[in-house]
Ligand binder design. Structure first.
Ligand code: NDP
Ligand code: OXD
Length: 321
């Protein structure tokens, strides 16, 4: 085996990020090279050509002098961008149908949950109360998606097919059939003014950090059928001002929130989000990165790269996503 080794640096800490599972998969799809599960494996740092990583410790990647490509095993690269010692080699992120479809499932599930008044209906069931409220049609609700990239554009399309009015906001100008497209900070307020359910699928960058705050929530549409706007954040915890979310839920600026991501993960046991009656929370599993699918994706990219082809989904380091 004289092909450059693949180092696995996977520090998820949860079952879906079990480093052992990834090692088993990579041993199959990269059978012609050494796959090093780190820390632990005995190796010479100079033999490492590729690294497949999830939340590597800052500085870890700088130890490989012959590194050619870094594969982030998720779609969001904010953890890597924060590493000032990150080697200057191509950084590839995940963008595959499997993950994109999983995110659409999460977004649809939570949009429908709020649209179909599930929080009220579950409470009614617990209280044995037979009191359906008026149910408005999907076409009366505008879902606004912050981030009209791979995940946002796909979720937008699925929601549109269900019958919602859908708007999206991105950095650059876009045209997507049936979706009201807005872009740039100059068009953000117009996008917010018509949004009843706000879905955040933005990457975390210096420009987007803290964007989900009281000033933004106050601009959402208040005259829609839900009574008060709802937010759904499956992007990153750093996008949200958590104190503002709690205060806005309590004073009615927001009607409810579905949150998959948090500033601190795992969410601390004493966080008010755990027990807030207007919060539906999930443990950062809106769209899992599947070890079978993603190990194949990485192996195919390495094979193409070694044959002189181009890498897909290389991160623009200047933009930070
Ligand atoms: P993309 O890079 O494809 O899309 C990002 C979108 O955000 C683009 O439309 C981009 O605009 C827009 N955007 C970025 N910065 C700004 C800005 N300053 N102002 C306005 N728009 C901006 O990413 P993906 O769709 O693949 O993923 C999005 C994020 O979802 C990831 O970065 C990750 O954080 C999160 N994620 C969460 C998961 C979970 O389980 N909770 C799973 C997977 C991803 P433009 O199109 O003009 O570039
Ligand atoms: C991702 C994630 O970025 O899991 O893929 O959050």
């Amino acid at each position: 085996m004289n092909k450059g080794a693949l180092a696995l640096l996977i520090h998820g800490g949860t079952e879906n990020w079990s480093a052992d599972r990834w090692k088993v998969r990579f041993d199959v799809v990269c059978a012609d090279r050494r796959v090093l599960q780190l820390p632990g494996a005995k190796f010479d740092p100079a033999e490492v050509s590729y690294a497949a990583v999830w939340k590597p410790v800052p500085g870890e990647l700088a130890a490989f002098p012959n590194l050619k490509v870094i594969f982030n095993l998720g779609a969001g690269v904010d953890a890597l961008m924060a590493d000032r010692t990150l080697p200057d080699v191509p950084l590839v992120r995940v963008s595959v149908d499997d993950l994109t479809d999983r995110m659409a499932e999460y977004v649809v599930l939570h949009v429908l949950m709020h649209h179909r008044q599930e929080l009220y209906l579950r409470q009614s069931q617990r209280e044995k109360r037979w009191q359906p409220k008026y149910q408005w049609p999907a076409a009366a609700v505008t879902v606004g998606i912050l981030g009209l990239g791979v995940l946002g554009a796909n979720a937008a399309e699925v929601l549109r097919r269900i019958g919602f009015r859908v708007a999206g906001w991105s950095l650059s100008e876009k045209k997507v059939d049936g979706i009201d497209c807005f872009h740039g900070s100059a068009q953000l307020d117009a996008f917010l003014r018509q949004t009843d359910i706000l879905v955040s699928l933005l990457p975390l960058t210096p420009d987007t950090r803290g964007i989900l705050n009281r000033a933004l929530f106050a601009k959402l549409r208040r005259s829609g059928p839900l009574g008060a706007p709802v937010i759904i954040n499956a992007g990153r915890g750093g996008l949200q001002n958590e104190a503002d979310i709690l205060a806005c839920l309590d004073d009615g600026t927001l009607g409810a929130a579905s949150l998959d991501v948090f500033a601190q993960e795992p969410l601390p046991a004493d966080s008010a989000f755990w027990i807030h009656p207007k919060v539906v929370l999930t443990p950062h599993n809106a769209a899992d990165t599947d070890a079978d699918e993603i190990s194949k994706y990485v192996a195919q990219q390495i094979a193409r790269f070694e044959a002189g082809g181009a890498l897909d989904n290389v991160v623009d380091r200047k933009r930070g996503y």
